[in-house]
Every structure is written in C-alpha cells, then in structure tokens.
Design a protein around this ligand. Structure first.
Ligand SMILES: NC(=O)c1ccc[n+]([C@@H]2O[C@H](COP(=O)([O-])OP(=O)(O)OC[C@H]3O[C@@H](n4cnc5c(N)ncnc54)[C@H](OP(=O)(O)O)[C@@H]3O)[C@@H](O)[C@H]2O)c1
Length: 233
C-alpha cells in the first residue's frame, strides 16, 4: 500500500519503537494519530510531528482503547493502518514468576493488542494493514523470559490466523519480530533483571524494514540469522 496520505494510528507511540515508527510513517507522508499511556511524551511527540491528534490509552483498560480509536478515526477521517507497539517485559525463572506480573504481561502484550485490533477492524479500510510488534522470542522462546516469550508467541499465533481470515478484505497483517534493540525496554521490566543480551539491532533499519513491509503487504519481519539483518517474508 501507498504510505503517502495513508491514515495511520500508532498505539504505544510514547515508546521508543512506537515513536520511531510514528516518525517514520509521518516522514513517508502518512497522516498519523498517536495513542500512548504517558501524556507528556504523547504531547511532546505530537508537537514534534506538527500537532497530530493524540489520545491516552492504557492497554489494560479496554474502554480507553475504544475511545482513543474513535478519536483517531474521527481526526483522520478514516483508517488505513493500525500499529500497536505497546509492550512490557519481565525476567526470571518460569517457576518463580509472580501471578500479577504474568497477568500484566499478557494484558499489555497479548490481550490489549488483540482487543485494540478487533475494535479497529470494522473501521479499517479494505486493503489496509495491521502492524503488530511481537518479538524474536515468539519463535525462539528464551531462558529467563518464559512469560514474555509466551505472551509474544500467543500474539503471533493470533496474528497468523487473523491474516488468513482477513485475506478477502486484502488487509495485511504484519507481525514484526525484532531481536533485541537498545530502547531501554529491559530496564523498565516489570520484574527481574535481564540476562546477557546481544548487541542491539539498528533502530533505523528496523523502522525502514517495517515501512517497507507495510508498502509490500508482507506477513512478517524476521531476523535472517545468517545475514544478521531483518528481512521481510
Ligand atoms: N526493544 C526491544 O529489544 C524489543 C525487541 C522485540 C520486541 N519488542 C517489542 O516492541 C514493542 C515496543 O518496545 P520498545 O522497545 O519501544 O519499549 P518501550 O520504549 O518501553 O515502549 C513500550 C510502550 O508500551 C507502552 N505500555 C507499557 N505498558 C502499557 C500499558 N499498560 N498500557 C498502554 N501502554 C503501555 C508504553 O507506554 P508509556 O511509555 O506511555 O507508558 C510504551 O509506549 C514492545 O511490544 C516490545 O515487546 C521490543
């Protein structure tokens, strides 16, 4: 699809990757509406992008998501692309995980994005796109990250079915599975301390690949382990 003039709603725009994707979409000529939890960061990004509309949203509050969606659709005059980039992480052995932490992980990483996308689908134009940020751990569950891996694998499984079910509407579902990127996400973990992580993947290259994936209607952004770069499938 053509990004020039596309109406794009970015949820989790207050995060590092969500913000970078919103900037990338805007630079490609898209009209962008922003949603996020932190009102100050939301306002700062809106100002940077030229006063685009914003609305707070908390992933564990379904009503805030619906209200944010309605405001975005009204401000944009429709919807062509939904990007959900909200997420949290937690570390530690699976046997020791705290129930409340596991619930929050699944609420923010899995149930929240699913609910937002479900709400957005009736408003999404045919030929549009859904962009979800799962993670490399969806395909490669990682020690000390069992619940995070499971929350992302669940989102990814859901996305793969949604993609097939939306084929008749020609809506693309792009599942982005980044490796570690230095965004500070791991320092904001709900619990535990991160294991040794590989060097962070280049953020700019990630954004460029996602934008390319939206243009081409790709299914996934995955790491090619041989080349060490993200590729589209
Ligand atoms: N960084 C990596 O290495 C990496 C790798 C693979 C996948 N990912 C995924 O990429 C996505 C973005 O990560 P990031 O690195 O950009 O992290 P980040 O900078 O910490 O951004 C996380 C985003 O999630 C939002 N969020 C957290 N809890 C929320 C809640 N309860 N309700 C609504 N929003 C909530 C944050 O909102 P506020 O800031 O407004 O609170 C922020 O916008 C996540 O889904 C992450 O799992 C990241």
């Amino acid at each position: 699809m053509e990004l020039q003039g596309a109406r794009v709603w970015v949820v989790g725009a207050t995060g590092v990757l969500g913000g970078a994707l919103a900037r990338g979409m805007a630079a490609a000529g898209a009209r962008v509406a922003l949603a996020g939890r932190d009102r100050q960061r939301l306002a700062a990004l809106a100002e940077e992008l030229g006063g685009v509309p914003t609305q707070p949203v908390d992933a564990v509050d379904v009503e805030s998501g619906r209200a944010a969606l309605a405001a975005a659709v009204q401000a944009l005059g429709g919807l062509d692309v939904v990007v959900v980039a909200s997420g949290v992480v937690a570390f530690g052995p699976a046997a020791d995980a705290d129930d409340a932490v596991v619930e929050e992980l699944f609420a923010v990483n899995t149930l929240g994005p699913m609910s937002l996308v479900r709400a957005a689908l009736p408003r999404l134009a045919d030929g549009g796109a859904v962009v979800l940020l799962s993670a490399i751990v969806a395909d490669a569950p990682t020690l000390q990250m069992a619940e995070y891996s499971a929350s992302k694998a669940a989102l990814s499984a859901w996305a793969s079915v949604l993609r097939r079910e939306l084929r008749s509407r020609k809506v693309a579902v792009l599942d982005v599975k980044p490796p570690h990127v230095d965004t500070g996400l791991v320092d904001r973990a709900l619990a535990g301390t991160p294991p040794r992580l590989p060097a962070g993947y280049d953020q700019r290259a990630l954004v460029d690949t996602v934008l390319d994936g939206v243009r081409r209607g790709s299914r996934e952004v995955v790491l090619d382990p041989g080349a060490g770069t993200l590729v589209l499938r």
